[in-house]
Write a protein that binds this ligand. Structure first.
Ligand SMILES: NC(=O)c1ccc[n+]([C@@H]2O[C@H](COP(=O)([O-])OP(=O)(O)OC[C@H]3O[C@@H](n4cnc5c(N)ncnc54)[C@H](OP(=O)(O)O)[C@@H]3O)[C@@H](O)[C@H]2O)c1
Length: 233
């Protein structure tokens, strides 16, 4: 039987592309987020603002069926220097990118006997500090450490779950459009991101969605922390 695929953030970008791919492959897909425009008889939607942890805590997973959780939803946040902005403008970034991931991963893995898989979409920003992205870099670095630590804990206990924190590289999604609209005086890497787009160096969401599907299908070949370019289709 095909697993249920839970995906956060299916309104656009990579999340929507992954939802469509897994539906095409015959999976039941459950989207979690604020909105969507997917119409398919195997698609269900749980409405949730991931920046509101009370809403996140209310999410219940099916513990009886084989299932995969893809923590995809992400927020780049304010594209300016941390000391020039209010701290509060960064808090949603940590909540959506890190705290919601922790809450959902716990709800998905705790109290189930079944082997389960969790893939969190990380970023190169987890290991590279980019001025203007302090909260985003911190949130993705935290997610990498979180996913790897929980994997080690599962291994210690002999729990069969697999956890992955997968860095996708630069993808042609609305998030990149938002990055390119930053103020050049506040975001010093702006020309780099404009150049990547002008030189057609962005990867398509379709190819990255396929990489995630290949990772899930061949997970014994890969470590917890990985770059999706290393996944063989
Ligand atoms: N694009 C890249 O180059 C790139 C590179 C490295 C890593 N990533 C990571 O890849 C993942 C997908 O990014 P993307 O490029 O597809 O981004 P995107 O186009 O901006 O889409 C982000 C998704 O997250 C959802 N989301 C954001 N805040 C939310 C909230 N409070 N509650 C519920 N859903 C929320 C959005 O839903 P709404 O429509 O409701 O806002 C949307 O569905 C993210 O984790 C991102 O950090 C992207």
């Amino acid at each position: 039987m095909n697993e249920i695929i839970y995906i956060t953030g299916v309104s656009k970008g990579l999340g929507k592309e992954m939802a469509m791919l897994f539906l095409d492959k015959g999976h039941r897909v459950v989207g979690i987020g604020r909105s969507h425009d997917i119409s398919h008889d195997k698609f269900e939607f749980i409405s949730c603002d991931l920046a509101d942890l009370d809403q996140v805590k209310a999410i219940a997973f099916d513990h009886h069926s084989p299932a995969v959780l893809i923590n995809n939803a992400g927020l780049i946040g304010p594209l300016n220097r941390f000391l020039d902005a209010s701290v509060s403008s960064s808090l949603d970034v940590l909540t959506v990118n890190t705290l919601a991931v922790m809450q959902l991963t716990h709800a998905f893995l705790a109290n189930t006997e079944q082997k389960r898989t969790v893939v969190t979409i990380s970023s190169g920003a987890a290991t590279r500090s980019i001025p203007g992205w302090a909260a985003y870099c911190a949130s993705k670095a935290a997610v990498d450490r979180f996913m790897e630590t929980v994997q080690l804990e599962c291994d210690e206990k002999g729990w069969p779950h697999r956890l992955f924190s997968a860095s996708p590289g630069v993808i042609d999604t609305p998030m990149q459009e938002a990055i390119r609209s930053a103020n050049p005086t506040e975001f010093s890497s702006l020309t780099t991101f404009i150049g990547l787009n002008e030189n057609n160096e962005l990867q398509s969401p379709e190819e990255i969605a396929q990489k995630v599907a290949s990772l899930i299908a061949n997970q014994s070949n890969y470590p917890c922390l990985l770059h999706l370019r290393d996944v063989v289709d």
